[in-house]
Ligand binder design. Sequence first.
Ligand SMILES: *Cc1c(COP(=O)(O)O)cnc(C)c1O
Length: 365
Amino acid sequence: MRPTFLEVNLTQLERNIEAIRARVAPAKVMSMVKANAYGHGVDGVAPFIEPFVDYFGVAVVEEGIHLRELGIKKPILVAGGTLTEQLPLFAEFGLTLTGSSIALLSAAEDVSRISGRRIKTHLKFDTGMERIGLHEYEAEEFIEYSLRLKHIDVEGIYTHLANSELADRSYSLMQLERFQEILRVYETLSEPPPALKHMNNSGGILNLPEANFDMARAGILFYGVYPGDESPRDLEVKPALKWKSKVAYSKRTQPGRSVSYGSLWQAETETRIVTIPCGYADGYFRRMTNKAQVVIRGRKYPQVGRICMDQFMANVGDDAIETGDEALLMGDGISTADFAEWMGTNEYEVLTSISARVPRLFVNE
Ligand SMILES: *Cc1c(COP(=O)(O)O)cnc(C)c1O
């Protein structure tokens, strides 16, 4: 195997999901495995975690089909926007549709009637994202329309929080109030609401326990990473991922010698420069140049010189670091949040940017 790889601790993922389950019970848990399980490698993560979750969540229909091809039997919600021409795939692979418009519901009804396979649907309301879904003030028309359809199964209804990771809960509480307003429409129509009402993402699980409803959709928290830096850290989850590599080259260099493209770093004294076979094509962002750190033999060293496509260099001073020594790029002393800071982004983008060229090694404890 390539010496640069991700080690994913499946046992830790299981512990994370159990901690989340204990927190949201009796609500069910949907595990969000979109974007290659937030970079962790969906092929290993999804089959392992299936017994411990109630529902899977993905962003696009192709990800749902991939889960079915992996042998996943549990229900799968495709949370993103869907085009009508993709609807036959929902019937064929038994995927749950996010019903985000009247046109989409109407087309799903036609596909279900013609194929004889009932498409499961969760109605999507927009209470403050302005992304997909209908506004709360359009709820009556949308719900009445959905109740007339006889060939699709409206199993759920949901909305998505825009600011759930913030300490200030006012925007989330406004969204909650709008969602409750939508649910009251069912009362006025003397109809039972769908069985699965859901709203919370990771931030909501931590900050908005009153919004767990029937299911929580756990993404980043499932991977042991907290959303933002304001939410309470009182849930026993831990990162499951380590990004490892090995020193591929080690040499002494002289004062005045500059390292890498653009000569952005120069040795001031005689020092040892090591090369790590990992670069921005692996998701080790070029923008972390001269900011990132790497752990070798238990010590942290600064990354120096421009990060290349396939390699980067680090300055290990006078230490006797040799070719073949293990280098830890992420995990233990280096967090996803550190990457996010060096990169000027959030932990989500860091994780989902680790590219397909990096093999994923799945381990059990
Ligand atoms: C990705 C996603 C989530 C999970 O968000 P986290 O902040 O990672 O928990 C929840 N719901 C929907 C609709 C999503 O697309």
